[in-house]
Design a protein around this ligand. Structure first.
Ligand code: KMH
Ligand code: ZN
Length: 281
């Protein structure tokens, strides 16, 4: 089976130090968490950034500062900015880091309730606009899908030319408002994408390790990190993203999957190595 790519979602936009004191906010904290995850075996850092007080921001300068600082200590890492940002942000705010021309960025392919009363809004026009910008700047989208209908949306927009072929999906399982984190639902998602597409699996909350274990067995890739889950096991908070990645590495190895290096991850995903642009920053 193909080597497994591990993504670390180190920070997210919603999780706070109230949930786990090790959630990073400052540039220094973000770099420390990215390095711990990278050293443990993550080749992709899925990145949200915060102001020092912890409020989420999509500010391009803050992204550039964080990406540069991560690249200083983990030069090979694939840094994948979020274009989801936080619930309630405008499209203009969310799309900013794509102007830095990173190797990858997330592309959220539908609207859903998000964790209760919030609504994470991604209209068809938003997805088209974000998808087109990623094609123009040669940024590979990680197609984030929180439910099966979002896969259908991505396939439709692929046919219409807003998302390139060789699609890479992230099945985000277990969001309150999205598809549940169960074996049956993960199979359904897997069977709904093209044969030649790649996929990673994120399990939100207590389903994190069940979902990534299933993905390892299915030949998929995996994501862990504080964005999705702050516990290393029931009732015990993780000391760092590195600890979560190490557990994921152990699961993969126990099940016979080697972990991909960043170079191998680039090959699997068909990424081109790029210098970060200073355009717009
Ligand atoms: N913060 C969520 C509302 C992404 O990174 O693209 C959306 C999110 C998805 O985290
Ligand atoms: Zn995210």
């Amino acid at each position: 089976m193909q080597k497994v790519i591990i993504t670390a979602a180190i920070c997210g936009a919603e999780v706070t130090k109230e949930h786990n004191e090790n959630v990073p906010y400052s540039v220094e904290e973000i770099v420390k968490e990215a390095k711990a995850a990278y050293d443990a075996g993550a080749s992709i850092i899925h990145l949200h950034v915060r102001n020092d007080d912890g409020t989420p921001t999509q500010d391009i300068n803050r992204f550039k500062e964080c990406i540069d600082a991560i690249k200083d200590v983990c030069p090979e890492a694939i840094v994948q900015p979020s274009t989801g940002g936080a619930v309630g942000m405008s499209n203009e705010e969310r799309i900013q880091p794509v102007s830095l021309s990173p190797e990858m960025a997330t592309l959220d392919c539908g609207t859903c309730n998000f964790g209760g009363d919030d609504i994470f809004v991604n209209t068809e026009n938003t997805i088209k606009e974000f998808g087109k910008k990623m094609i123009d700047l040669d940024v590979k989208p990680e197609i984030e899908v929180f439910d099966k209908g979002m896969i259908d949306m991505a396939l439709r927009l692929n046919k219409k030319g807003f998302i390139n072929d060789n699609m890479h999906f992230n099945f985000v399982m277990g969001v309150n408002g999205g598809i549940s984190g169960t074996y049956r639902d993960l199979m359904f998602m897997r069977e709904s994408i093209p044969q030649n597409a790649t996929f990673t699996v994120s399990g939100v909350g207590k389903c994190q390790f069940d979902m990534i274990t299933l993905s390892v067995l299915m030949g998929g890739h995996i994501r862990v990190g504080f964005e999705d889950n702050v516990y290393i096991k029931k009732g015990v908070k993780a000391k760092s993203n590195g600890e979560l990645v190490q557990k994921a590495v152990n699961i993969a190895k126990e099940l016979g999957r080697e972990v991909a290096t960043p170079e191998e991850a680039r090959e699997i995903l068909g990424l081109k190595i790029k210098e970060l642009s200073t355009q717009g920053a």
